[in-house]
Design a protein around this ligand. Sequence first.
Ligand code: F6R
Length: 589
Amino acid sequence: MCGIVGLVNGHPVARDLVAALRRLEYRGHDSAGIAVAGERLDTHKVLGRARDLSALVAAADPAGHAGIGHTRWATHGRAELRNAHPHCFGGVAVVHNGIIENHAELRAALREAGHDFASETDSEVVPHLIAEALAAGADPLSALADVCDVLEGSFALAVLVEEVPDAIFVARRGSPLLVATGDRVAAVASDAVAFAGLPVRFAALADGEVAELSHDGLRFAVQIAEARAWSAPPVAAGTGAAGGFAHDTRREIAEQRAALEATATGLAALDLPGAVRDATRLTVVACGSSLLAAGVARDAIERATRIPVELEVASEYRDRHAAPAAGGVALLVSQSGETADSLAAMDRQEAHGCPTIGVVNVTASAIGRRAAGAELGVAATKSFTAQLLALMTLGLRMGRARGTIEAGFDAALSAALDAAPALVEAAQAAEPDCIAIARRIATEGEALFIGRGAGAALAGEGALKLKELSYIRAEGYAAGELKHGPIALIREGSPVIAIAPGGPGLPKLLANMSAVRARGAHVVALTDAAGAAACRGAADGVLVLPGASAEEAPFAAAVALQLIAYHVALLLGRDVDRPRNLAKSVTVE
Ligand code: F6R
């Protein structure tokens, strides 16, 4: 989390830094700031969005040809201006992504040596430590290398030193950092989107590397990678223009058809690795919506492959004591491909020699170039349905390769995967009904989502979308679990959304719906043509979504749940694209 950027160019860099920060804002938007090297270090910071820096920077018009910038997701210290980066001391400015775990000890030692601190952040110790090393006679590059040796935790750092106004010093351990070089231009950033439009090629800095970036390219204090894979920067994605929609989130809900078509095309070219074909179990490790997408796909994968699919919360899985089962394969599912908890879980798998495959939506990867495309809204929308398509396709392919999938289910699953792009488009027509459901939820200030099987995972996703976009407390439950506790939450008028497509699970779900209704809940069923008649007798409202089978139903239901959450957020005046406290790439544990 947090986005960092740095740029050395043949002309003033301040405006380009702000433009890059706006593209990095999905990593955090509590505050933003830049420092530019001129005769002295010139720093500008705002609380909140990077776009608000533009006016400050335009007025000040800093002349420096090297600078660093930061967009913050608060970890240590509240979202206040004094905690905004860059942090400066003694002619050194620093932007940091990650967590410095021994900051309290370092701060105490620096205080004893007479240092005062302006912020509550862990990051602020870094400029103090570098300034000390410079004062002791080190050159900036070795000063940074020495300071990295005393830091514990994870960090990506970009440093500006007043005495060397045409260079940026960078280092990383754990947190991501990319470096870019071109003809008399060099840059550094947490993510390649920051390089859009720059005449450079970029590559990852290896874990533990410390380098200087200048017009002359890269110079290392510590070099680990012997060869680097250099890539061209991505084409700039928008920063909120939203293509005629009020929000990027709404545009991304609308463009799911194209996202699913591109994902299906990319998957067609993918070879099923032998270890996956022969796996005796699949362990999905993921967080948030990515884990819920796997929950929705689990039934289909198990039915096709006849092997168990376990779902593991990445942040918990990494500390488990039992070794992964022999013959098992781990599936790391991640929209961003950057989630620290998922990466830590991947380390654990690899340490046990367990094969791991990733299902990601990052444009820098071969699959990613054909995947759902950049998602700007913080809440997962099109990446969720694209993950669903990818995971169900994997189940189908595995079932065929193993010879375990029955002909009838093969036909139903293939038809659902073929129909998915059209379904997510047709489901957009449900928006007026979703707005009516949203009104009730916004008025009541709560919601309970229920379902069975894939519907239970979708219920979790409906609740998660609502929480993150509208800040309303919502629960997503396997409907059969209600009677074991959560049914106590039901009062007169409680909004309950049941994910209730036709199929063998429906009769039991209808009984669960009746039980909450009998206690005063207002129940709306999200169903399909096969379930509509039965739902009419058990719900106060019925929304009939497109879809001709249990395998097709989740695609349309996911869109309806997204639209409901989006409209509750609009009704409550929330910042839909940048919900409070959230960031899109979660790179801290
Ligand atoms: C919810 C959402 C998050 C992410 C989670 C994992 O809308 O976006 O719950 O799904 O942070 O992120 P990735 O998929 O990037 O690993």
